[in-house]
Ligand binder design. Structure first.
Ligand SMILES: Cc1cc2nc3c(=O)[nH]c(=O)nc-3n(C[C@H](O)[C@H](O)[C@H](O)COP(=O)(O)OP(=O)(O)OC[C@H]3O[C@@H](n4cnc5c(N)ncnc54)[C@H](O)[C@@H]3O)c2cc1C
Length: 455
């Protein structure tokens, strides 16, 4: 008789859970997912949980491997660059990449989640909703569940448990009880609020469709990402306390006055502004680092559960999907030797997830402040010119992270070197034709080795 296939339990049917489940199912395992929420395909999502995500190379690679990217193209909107809105309502466009192929892709989180759950179920994955994991026995693999509808408690047993349960992971909470488990969580002093720009007549976009719009204001910012139905999903990032903060916006006229003076061209686009503002919750943003991510071959953390990052590089899910790619590649290589797999997975990923966590925090300053600085925009143009001349040596950090699958730690290290080169080359010039190409070649040749870039 053939051996009974091992059952793998995943906690969390967010974005990583269903994608990983599909890959595991294709390796012949029985896969079950337990999810705290109701099934969003049947129950309307609560307000303020509709953010858009920017999908880029790493996410696209994982979705392509899963055979899902072709269909997903129908629900994404490519964004070619940042459209900056000044207080005087002037627009400045800054392309993300060196050509029109280098774009990031706006997708509704809910649409992506639904597509992933449908695909996982079609593959034979079983998803159980309204099942909140309340803990697990890390030795036996018993997972304890609370049925949110009936109040019933039960326990399921499986060979392996993978916590895909996000930044407040219940599986990680269990690991926190272990000796020498390292854990840090760093909250930003900023919160975020989701807002909406509705579609124009006949579902048209009322501002440029193929751009990520930013209203950078030094200490805070508003952003807007396009949807295929003509709407834009906006996020206001603002300090919790102090001047120009959420703490100061408690009445409709205060919110309206704040927007009218800081984001004047956005106000006429947002007829529901104050209603949205007060009905949507204010979210917090956290960086979570921890280690180890696994307990023997029994339990593993993946995605935000292992490494939540702040959203300013648009990499959270791209990074999580890259986790899935990495784990499934290791499974191809070694088979179901879970203890070895989990060890090698963490070895391969942790250094990189730590790097993107740090780069994401740094990028907040770039987005909310530096993109409004003409010197910064000039340096971005010089970067692209250097990339054009030295395509295998000088690739802008943003491009290494977003358009390539160069390990994040490598991107961070090379980014620091490139920043120094750029600062020196731009120190006394104001136009690209003043660039000292000889000096650029010498510095780049001395400090950077060629990169292997996928075709
Ligand atoms: C404002 C904002 C903007 C962002 N923008 C981007 C972007 O542009 N690009 C990008 O790549 N990333 C972005 N991200 C990050 C991205 O959303 C996350 O990295 C991604 O959702 C992580 O996926 P996950 O599956 O690990 O966790 P989640 O998507 O959080 O899913 C976890 C799932 O587990 C369930 N769960 C939690 N606890 C339990 C429990 N005890 N029992 C059972 N189920 C449980 C939850 O209900 C949820 O369904 C953004 C994040 C935020 C907050």
């Amino acid at each position: 008789m053939p051996a009974k296939p091992q059952t793998i339990t995943l906690v969390g049917a967010g974005l990583n859970g269903p994608l990983l489940a599909m890959g595991l199912r294709r390796h012949g395992f029985t896969v079950e997912i337990y999810e705290r929420r109701s099934d969003m395909r049947r129950v309307r999502m609560s307000a303020g949980r509709s953010i858009n995500l920017a999908l880029s190379a790493r996410g696209i690679h994982a979705l392509t491997d899963a055979g899902l990217w072709g269909n997903m193209r129908k629900i994404i909107t490519p964004m070619k660059g940042r459209m900056m809105h000044s207080v005087a309502s002037e627009l400045t466009f800054q392309p993300y990449g060196k050509n029109e192929a280098e774009v990031i892709n706006s997708i509704s989180r809910a649409e992506l989640n639904i597509a992933l759950m449908n695909a996982a179920e079609a593959e034979g994955v079983r998803i159980f909703f309204q099942q909140r994991c309340t803990g697990m026995d890390l030795k036996t693999g018993f997972v304890h569940l609370h049925d949110e509808q009936t109040g019933e408690e039960r326990t399921v047993e499986s060979a392996v448990v993978i916590g895909c349960d996000g930044s407040a992971s219940a599986i990680r909470n269990e690991m926190l009880k272990l000796n020498r488990f390292k854990f840090s969580q760093q909250y930003l002093d900023y919160g975020y609020k989701e807002l909406t720009i509705p579609a124009g007549p006949n579902g048209t976009h009322v501002i440029e469709e193929n751009a990520l719009h930013i209203w950078p204001r030094g200490n805070y910012m508003l952003i807007a990402l396009p949807n295929i139905d003509g709407t834009f999903a906006c996020i206001l990032f603002l300090p919790f306390e102090g001047n120009d903060s959420f703490a100061q916006l408690n009445k409709h006229n205060e919110v309206l006055g704040f927007f009218q003076s800081r984001f004047p061209d956005a106000v006429p686009l947002m007829p529901q502004l104050t209603d949205n503002f007060f009905s949507n919750p204010t979210g917090a943003m956290v960086t979570v680092k921890c280690s180890p991510w696994h307990v023997e071959g029994k339990a593993l953390l993946l995605g935000d559960a292992a490494h939540a990052i702040v959203p300013f590089f648009g990499q959270g899910i791209n990074c999580g999907f890259e986790d899935c790619t990495c784990l499934l590649e290791l499974l191809d290589r070694h088979g179901a030797d879970w203890a070895r797999l989990f060890r090698e997975f963490e070895q391969a990923r942790k250094v990189n997830t730590d790097a993107i966590a740090d780069m994401a925090v740094e990028n907040f300053v770039e987005m909310r402040d530096r993109v409004a600085d003409p010197k910064f925009l000039f340096r971005k143009r010089v970067e692209l010119a250097l990339e054009e001349r030295f395509p295998h040596l000088f690739v802008p950090k943003y491009a290494m992270v977003t358009f390539h699958r160069i390990p994040y730690a490598t991107a961070m290290k090379r980014g620091t070197v490139q920043e120094r080169i750029l600062a020196e080359l731009c120190a006394s010039i104001e136009r690209i034709d003043e660039l000292d190409w000889g000096k650029a070649e010498r510095m780049i040749g001395a400090d950077l080795t060629p990169l292997e870039l996928a075709a």
